[in-house]
Ligand binder design. Structure first.
Ligand code: 6R9
Length: 690
């Protein structure tokens, strides 16, 4: 369907061919009307790009969907495989009606992603190339590691992990800020076949405990503290509390390996549990700098990453090795038009999928030089990002719309006082980027010179799914454009019927791609129920999408009970269950509202226990309970006191009405007559601003 669409648009106007609007555009004829808002890549850029035209894209795309096995095995062959995969390159069943959902790529192939990231690049002569530039929270605090040095560090940690009994298939929880040690820890796990589970270091002790109890690691890797901007965060104390909580529930962790982050906190000040806690610096440097690789099957698990869904319990998204490796490397190369001379900076934290696929694995598999930044992008001032760009001569800069919007508010002068002339490609991820933020990013940050790759994808997809390929297509601000090679997205209606042409509906995918997640850890049933049951035959993304007359995709946001706050996925159910754990909260209903900087904000309606008066202190303690249970990033922006909630007679909360009240669209409340008690609506409106 998609192929037909693109083909009809991108066919070059031969004598017989019909000249479509887009054909004319490709040829540079000024047909664009203002509403189309097309932005063309410069000729200079296109000429040097990996994919230099829509025709080239189409050629590759066509092969990727008509012959996925051939397309992907050609690419996979560029990596090192100890043993080649079996006869069948991939196997898939995405149709729940035909039995168990199953996806496999390169099964039988033996490889190791750490080897492919490090040893392979070193063997090809890049050992002295910088792998990672690290920029600390304080300007002036920095360091770097070459590929050789990175490998040595990874091996030392890998040897230690083996020494304490971590084996292939064992889980390791990593709770670290953006220090070099974070990617080092991920790679060390991968080297010995251990399964890492990185928990974003902004999650609370309770959230961390929940994850520890789910995956039961032998060891937790953390650091004592970190500075973010002018604030200090005591990470080790959070880990201590989490480990206490999980021990309380019968899950014991043998070792807490703690890095001394000297610039934030001295060793002596750190609380210590003898026998369990180990200082990284005391033990790791003593280990040998080489370590044999554990060869694993392409389908052996690489990592677990917990993400929010529409129910309370976070889902352990499981990625395996071979397909993920091939997919992250390939998407990175094409979507950023990566060249060996590039310096690449992604502002994401390794605690999220973006930091897995596009801080660590994708770039290092390509032998890239990666910048990682420990601090906050507004510290010491709103020019920090561009200071870093100039300092390291960053050429590819990948960030989130929320950061773009917050910097945009600070004014252009913070940007224009830096040169930024090294930049050539920009990227955006996490949520739809609104056209005005896109334009600012393009014009002010990129001096109208750098294409923007607005990459749509998910924790579950492992890598980019719908993304511009810079240089190939004219861009439309706010559109993620077209699918990546091998990806077959479809838009379906409520009944799960594919709709064609200009339309909107639910975004699904109809065949597997190498980077797809394989299951939810320990809960394959939930995997099938959540992603493959709503629209049988398809993977359902949870996102809405529309396609315009030229075939461009426009993501419209989540259609389930997931709120996207600053690019972070938060389940309404998670926030609700945190709120109702407050002794004075009887019931809570949470919805997302538009937020100028965060994209969406969290709006919570709370009913209090009978007789408890609403007060500002109570409001603060309700917010606190969410911060403590989930993390500061999930704190509600607004608590709306609700003596009653709008419910149907069967007791279902009507969120539709709450969303309208939250966004003050009071004339669009719709039919409230089916409510058990319609007067609660007026009550809520009256209390809106109290
Ligand atoms: C990579 C990542 C996934 C959800 C996804 C969607 C939203 C991400 C987007 C985007 C529009 C983009 N999303 N990128 N929406 N345009 N370029 O963010 O993974 O944390 O799992 O979030 O984020 O709603 O479903 P994850």
């Amino acid at each position: 369907n998609h192929l037909r669409h693109v083909e009809s648009m991108a066919k070059l106007p031969s004598g017989a061919g019909k000249i479509t609007r887009l054909n004319a555009l490709i040829l540079g004829e000024a047909l664009a009307s203002e509403e189309d808002d097309l932005v063309f890549p410069s000729e200079i850029f296109s000429r040097q790009a990996h994919v230099s035209s829509p025709q080239k894209y189409l050629e590759m795309y066509r092969r990727s969907v008509q012959d996925p096995a051939g397309f992907w095995s050609d690419i996979a062959s560029e990596f090192y495989w100890r043993e080649k995969w079996g006869q069948q390159v991939y196997f898939e069943n995405l149709d729940i009606r035909k039995g168990k959902i199953q996806i496999e790529w390169f099964k039988g192939g033996m490889t190791n992603i750490c080897y492919n990231c490090l040893d392979r690049n070193i063997e090809s002569g890049n050992g002295d190339k910088i792998a990672i530039y690290w920029e600390g929270n304080e300007p002036g605090l920095d360091s770097s590691l070459t590929y050789n040095q990175l490998l040595a560090r990874v091996c030392q940690l890998a040897n230690y992990l083996k020494d304490i009994g971590v084996r292939k298939g064992d889980a390791v929880v990593i709770y670290l800020p953006m220090l070099m040690e974070l990617p080092i820890a991920m790679l060390a796990c991968a080297r010995i076949g251990a399964v890492h589970s990185v928990v974003f270091a902004g999650f609370s002790a309770e959230s961390l405990a929940q994850r520890i109890m789910d995956c039961r690691p032998k060891v937790v890797i953390t650091c004592n503290a970190v500075m973010r901007g002018s604030k200090i965060i005591y990470l080790k104390e959070i880990v201590d509390r989490a480990l206490m909580e999980s021990a309380h529930n019968g899950i014991n962790t043998d070792v807490c390996l703690t890095y001394e982050n000297k610039s934030a906190m001295k060793k002596e000040m750190t609380k210590w549990i003898k026998g369990r806690d180990i200082w990284w610096q005391d033990v790791i440097p003593k280990y040998p700098v080489t370590c044999d690789v554990e060869w694993v099957d392409a389908e052996d698990p690489l990592f677990l990453l917990y993400t929010s869904g529409s129910t309370g319990k976070p889902k352990g998204v499981l990625h395996t090795t071979g397909g993920y490796m091939v997919y992250t490397a390939t998407t990175f190369k094409y979507a950023f038009d990566y060249k060996p001379t590039d310096i690449y900076w992604c502002t994401a934290d390794c605690g999220w999928i973006t930091g897995h696929s596009y801080v660590t694995y994708g770039p290092l598999l390509n032998g890239a030089t990666v910048v990682i930044f420990e601090g906050a992008p507004s510290y010491p001032d709103a020019g920090r990002c561009w200071d870093i760009v100039d300092k390291f001569k960053v050429s590819i800069f990948y960030t989130a719309p929320t950061l773009v919007r917050s910097l945009m508010r600070e004014g252009d002068e913070h940007v224009s006082r830096y040169s930024r002339k090294s930049l050539r490609v920009l990227g955006s991820v996490g949520e739809p980027i609104n056209p005005s933020a896109w334009r600012w990013f393009f014009n002010v940050v990129g001096d109208a010179r750098c294409p923007i790759s607005d990459t749509w994808w998910q924790t579950e997809t492992g890598g980019f799914m719908i993304t511009p390929l810079p240089g190939a297509w004219p861009q439309k601000p706010g559109s993620a454009t077209f699918p990546f090679f091998g990806v077959q997205p479809v838009i379906v209606d409520e009944k799960g019927v594919e709709i064609e042409g200009e339309c909107s509906g639910y975004l699904c995918v109809k065949s597997s791609w190498p980077g797809a997640f394989r299951t939810l850890y320990g809960d394959h049933e939930r995997y099938e129920a959540t992603y493959f049951s709503a629209f049988p035959g398809y993977y359902f993304s949870g996102d809405g999408c529309s396609r315009d007359k030229d075939g461009y995709c426009w993501l419209t946001g989540r259609v389930d009970d997931v709120i996207n706050v600053s690019g972070h996925r938060i389940g309404t159910a998670e926030v609700e269950s945190a709120l109702v754990s407050h002794p004075q909260c009887a019931e809570a209903a949470v919805v997302g509202v538009e937020h100028e900087v965060k994209g969406q904000g969290i709006y919570a309606f709370v009913s209090l226990v009978e007789g408890v008066p609403y007060s500002d202190d109570l409001r603060k303690s309700l917010v606190m309970v969410v911060r403590n249970q989930i993390g500061a990033f999930a704190a509600p922006d607004k608590i709306h006191w609700a003596p009653g909630l709008p419910k149907t007679r069967s007791g279902k909360i009507m969120r539709r009405i709450l969303r309208k009240i939250a966004s003050r669209q009071l004339d669009e409340l719709g039919d409230t007559s089916t409510l058990a008690d319609p007067t609660v609506v007026d009550q809520l409106i009256a209390l809106a601003d109290c």
